[in-house]
Write a protein that binds this ligand. Structure first.
Ligand SMILES: Nc1ncnc2c1ncn2[C@@H]1O[C@H](COP(=O)(O)OP(=O)(O)OP(=O)(O)O)[C@@H](O)[C@H]1O
Ligand SMILES: [Mg+2]
Length: 163
């Protein structure tokens, strides 16, 4: 099994302009292997979002080591690694860019330089995989919560080269 993500004694502290500090992630270690589905649960303010931001390099650990696809995440490899991972935010409505579901999936492919003739079948195939082919021409804002999360996940899967 391939290692996808690993955190080795990762810590992160927010520093406010007033000089106050708040430790949000404290000495966290875990590994995620290919094919695993992992849920991180915890009470409000326990550091879940901070952990997610560390995983995609919106923040960098103050201590410890965070590796994605066996490479330690840094400012040099950040964009390459980000092209292989995706994030569905708490409120999917904030992530829509296209006027229809298929436009939005195609937008992700276009950003990754996929030629037009490959886009059409990929959009159809990927939406079929999440049972959403019938929603191709629907407006994203009018989908129910579970549908728009599923479809956003699909947008991200489209961006992953190994998909
Ligand atoms: N930008 C920030 N500046 C200072 N402190 C912050 C900042 N963002 C988060 N924190 C603090 O860091 C801690 C962890 O916050 P975080 O948002 O990671 O928690 P969470 O588990 O995602 O919470 P929630 O369940 O409410 O989404 C909290 O004490 C929070 O107040
Ligand atoms: Mg959060």
């Amino acid at each position: 099994m391939k290692e996808i993500l690993s955190l080795d004694h990762v810590s992160y502290t927010y520093e406010s302009v007033e000089g106050e500090s708040r430790k949000a992630v404290d000495d966290v270690c875990f590994t995620v292997w290919e094919g695993e589905w992992i849920a991180i649960v915890g009470h409000n303010g326990s550091g879940k979002s901070t952990l997610a931001k560390l995983m995609i390099g919106l923040l960098f650990p103050e201590a410890g080591k965070l590796s994605v696809f066996l490479e330690e995440l840094n400012t040099e490899n950040l964009w390459d690694i980000r092209s292989r991972i995706g994030m569905v935010f708490q409120n999917p409505d904030n992530q829509f860019v296209g006027s229809t579901v298929q436009d939005d999936v195609a937008f992700a492919l276009e950003n990754n330089g996929v030629p037009f003739e490959q886009m059409v079948p990929r959009v159809h195939d990927s939406l079929a995989q999440v049972n959403m082919e019938e929603f191709l021409d629907h407006e994203p804002h009018h989908l129910s919560g579970d549908k728009n999360s599923g479809w956003l996940l699909q947008v991200h899967l489209q961006c992953v080269p190994s998909f």
